[in-house]
Design a protein around this ligand. Structure first.
Ligand code: ADP
Ligand code: MG
Length: 242
C-alpha cells in the first residue's frame, strides 16, 4: 500500500486534567496508506491522544483537522462522519443484541446512515473482514476476548472509516490469537484504511507499523521509520524508565 495524502493532522495538542498534563504540545499527521504504531510507557498519553483524534475528548489546546477541514472540538459523531473510527481498550458490545445487530447499529449511524434492514445486510461485510461472519447470529456473551475485540473492530469498520484507531486491540491475547489479529489488521489496511495502532508489545507493532510515534509523559519523543526510532537512545531510556 502506497503512502498518500494527509488524512488527519493534529497540531500542538494539549490536554490537561486539573494539574496533570496528559498531552503537552503533540503534533502528528496520519497519511493514507499508513500503519502508525503509537507506543510509549504507561500513562504517556496514548489513549488520551486516540480520544482526541476520535473526538471523544476535546483538547485543552491545539488544532485537529481531517482532510484539510478544521474539526477541533467537534463531537464524536461529526468526526466519525469525517472518516475517523476507533476501538476501545475494553470492548463493550450491546449484550442484548446479536453480533450482526451490534455491527448493524454502527452501520445505521455511520457515514451514510441507513435503515435497520439495509444496515443488517451491510453488517456482513465487516464481519467477514474480521472473520466473524460465522458468529453473526450469536450473542456477545458467547464470544471469547479475542472474538469480542474482533467484533469491536467490525463495529468500527461499519462506519466505513478512512482512518481506524486501535487502542490496545491485542491486549490479553495468546500468541495464536495475536497472529490472527495481525492478519485481520493487515487485511483492513490492504482494503484502503489507514491505521493507528496503540500497542505495548513492541514486537507486534514492529511487524505492522510503517511508522512509529513514541510518546513520553505527554510529549512526542520520536516519530519516524520503526528501525531508526527503536534504535534511538532516548526511546530506549523512556522504555527502560531510566
Ligand atoms: P496511556 O494510554 O499512554 O497509558 P493515558 O492517555 O491513559 O495514557 O493517560 C495519560 C495521563 O493522563 C496519565 O497520567 C493519566 O493518569 C492521566 N489521565 C488520563 N485520563 C484522565 C482523566 N479522565 N482524569 C484525570 N487524569 C487522566
Ligand atoms: Mg491507554
Amino acid at each position: 500500500v502506497e503512502i498518500g495524502a494527509p488524512l488527519v493532522e493534529c497540531t500542538d495538542i494539549t490536554r490537561h486534567f486539573g494539574g496533570v498534563r496528559a498531552l503537552d504540545g503533540v503534533s502528528l499527521t496520519i497519511h493514507e496508506g499508513e500503519i502508525v504504531g503509537l507506543v510509549g510507557p504507561n500513562g504517556s498519553g496514548k489513549s488520551t491522544l486516540v480520544s482526541i483524534l476520535a473526538g471523544s475528548q476535546r483538547p485543552t489546546g491545539g488544532r485537529l483537522s481531517i482532510e484539510g477541514h478544521d474539526v477541533t472540538g467537534r463531537p464524536p459523531h461529526r468526526i466519525a462522519h469525517a472518516g475517523v473510527a476507533r476501538t476501545y481498550q475494553i470492548p463493550k458490545p450491546f449484550t442484548s443484541m446479536t453480533v450482526r445487530d451490534n455491527v448493524a447499529m454502527a452501520v445505521m449511524f455511520g457515514r451514510t446512515p441507513k435503515g435497520l434492514d439495509a444496515a443488517r445486510a451491510d453488517a456482513l461485510r465487516p464481519l467477514e473482514t474480521v472473520g466473524l461472519a460465522h458468529l453473526a447470529d450469536a450473542y456477545p456473551a458467547a464470544l471469547n476476548l479475542h472474538q469480542r475485540q474482533l467484533l469491536e473492530i467490525a463495529r468500527a469498520l461499519a462506519a466505513n472509516p478512512k482512518v481506524l484507531l486501535l487502542d490496545e486491540a491485542l491486549a490479553g491475547l495468546n500468541p495464536v490469537e495475536i497472529d490472527n489479529a495481525v492478519a485481520v489488521i493487515r487485511r483492513v489496511h490492504e482494503s484502503g484504511v489507514a491505521i493507528v495502532i496503540v500497542e505495548h508489545l513492541l514486537r507486534v507493532v514492529n511487524q505492522l507499523a510503517t511508522r512509529l510515534v513514541v510518546l513520553d509523559r505527554g510529549t512526542r519523543l520520536a516519530d519516524g521509520d520503526p528501525k531508526t526510532v527503536l534504535a534511538d537512545p532516548a526511546v530506549v531510556r523512556a522504555y527502560l524508565g531510566k
